[in-house]
Unconditional design. Structure first.
Length: 205
């Protein structure tokens, strides 16, 4: 089972309304990525991400609570919280992971700006070439605006994407401990394998 992480992103809708994506809240804010995607260098450099000597790549946090705390920042209030599966090469750091490939599993909508739970997505008036930024809002504030239901957002994202409103975030401790234990077991198995090969070489087998 791949490691799981949490991150913030702004939900996006393609100009023709047939695809959804996400853009980051910091370095990756000019790049729209899909539900299943590979990281690209935010500086436009032609190397695979993440690369040594560059801070490009996908980033996520270890815990949902840390991601939730970041939504208090002024520039992140409209961001959704993503639960992602970390795929491909990755490295751990104190608060999270930096990695090459990911799959978005869950999209947790932010609260409406009025404070009520968000129920639909609406266009927020900003975007990037070919993409419009969405924000979560309650139905009262959406009024007569053109809306996108969470179920439709999930459908456009593809199989396995779950879109939810505000709800208690899951406990972080046990899944992370299980992932670390699985990684430790894999490392022990590789070490045993190398030690066995070394023994055969020493014995001339």
């Amino acid at each position: 089972m791949p490691p799981t992480g949490w991150k913030l992103a702004f939900p996006m809708l393609s100009a023709d309304g047939t695809r959804v994506g996400f853009r980051g809240v910091s370095l990756g804010g000019r790049i729209v990525y899909g539900v299943l995607d590979d990281a690209r260098c935010g500086y436009g450099r032609r190397h695979a991400s993440p690369a040594r000597g560059c801070d490009c790549g996908f980033y996520c946090l270890h815990t949902a609570a840390e991601a939730q705390a970041l939504t208090c920042a002024t520039d992140c209030g409209d961001a959704v919280i993503l639960q992602v599966s970390v795929l491909g090469a990755y490295t751990r750091y104190e608060r999270g992971m930096r990695y090459a490939r990911q799959r978005v599993r869950t999209v947790r909508m932010a609260a409406c700006r009025c404070g009520r739970p968000a129920r639909v997505f609406v266009r927020d008036g900003t975007g990037l070439p070919g993409w419009r930024t969405l924000q979560g809002t309650c139905r009262a504030c959406a009024a007569d605006l053109r809306v996108l239901d969470p179920a439709d957002f999930g459908r456009l994202g593809g199989p396995g994407v779950n879109v939810t409103g505000e709800a208690p975030l899951p406990a972080d401790g046990p899944p992370l401990r299980q992932e670390l234990a699985a990684e430790a077991a894999a490392l022990r198995a590789r070490l045993d394998h190398f030690q066995e090969r070394l023994r055969h070489l020493e014995e001339g087998v």
